[in-house]
Design a protein around this ligand. Structure first.
Ligand code: ATP
Length: 218
């Protein structure tokens, strides 16, 4: 199977970081911006960097945009350009379009014009930071749906030296510990007899309410 190829349109902070990560992970990524300076800045950390206005259908065709497996629309402030670009990509037959939205209404429009996935980086990061401020033991979390999440919880003093069966997290809190990280080593199928040490990282899955109780009480 050949590796996926990507194009990223709009090289602001968000788009640039998508380009950097894909490129350093060894993927083919084309970086596109209408601003020549921004394009130059990406000459060395993208497979190709081209200057083009993505609201120009012909320019998109010349780039061969439909040949990429995934196209990311990372244009920010100019909402009109962001929506028009998404629409054109859809009409040109791009297989998968991921678009960045400024707010929920904008997100709805993007889905309507053909985005396969809409992301809200500022909102999501704000939620993550706030979550971490409320629960310092939670190092990170990923929302699976509005009700369920996976959280990385740092093991407290209370858990130190106890096994999963002693803590009985499933019965007491309704959550599941799916992995334990100790000193950079991952135990991805923890058994009930595994002992937890203070500072271990527990990867826990569950309903948001149950996770909250687990984070507060344990
Ligand atoms: P970030 O928060 O990611 O820094 P931002 O919200 O500030 O981004 P902008 O700076 O508005 O986003 O846009 C990101 C990039 O998109 C800019 O470099 C801009 O030149 C580019 N851009 C805007 N419109 C177009 C367009 N029609 N075609 C190509 N690039 C565009």
């Amino acid at each position: 199977m050949s590796q996926k190829s990507f194009a990223v349109i709009g090289l602001g902070r968000f788009g640039s970081s998508v380009v950097h990560y894909l490129h350093s992970s060894g993927y083919e990524v084309m970086a596109i911006d209408e601003n020549e300076e921004r394009v130059q800045m990406h000459a060395d950390n993208a497979t190709h960097a081209v200057q083009a206005d993505s609201t120009d259908e012909q320019a998109l065709q010349e780039i061969g945009i439909r040949n990429f497996d995934v196209v990311v629309v990372a244009i920010g402030v100019d909402i009109q350009a962001n929506i028009l670009t998404t629409l054109l990509l859809k009409e040109l037959g791009v297989k998968r379009i991921v678009a960045k939205a400024q707010n929920p209404r904008h997100g709805q429009v993007l889905y309507k014009v053909g985005a396969d996935r809409v992301v809200f980086p500022e909102r999501d990061m704000g939620i993550r930071v706030a979550h971490n401020l409320i629960s310092p033991n939670v190092l990170d979390f990923v929302e699976l749906s509005p009700d369920y999440s996976v959280a990385e919880v740092s093991a407290s003093e209370k858990m130190d030296g106890k096994t999963l069966i002693e803590l009985n997290v499933r019965a007491n809190f309704g959550v599941n510990v799916i992995a334990i990280k100790t000193n950079h080593k991952f135990n991805i199928a923890p058994s009930p007899e595994d002992t937890i040490h203070k500072g271990d990282l527990l990867i826990v899955i569950g309903h948001n309410e149950d996770l909250k109780r687990f984070e507060e009480e344990i």
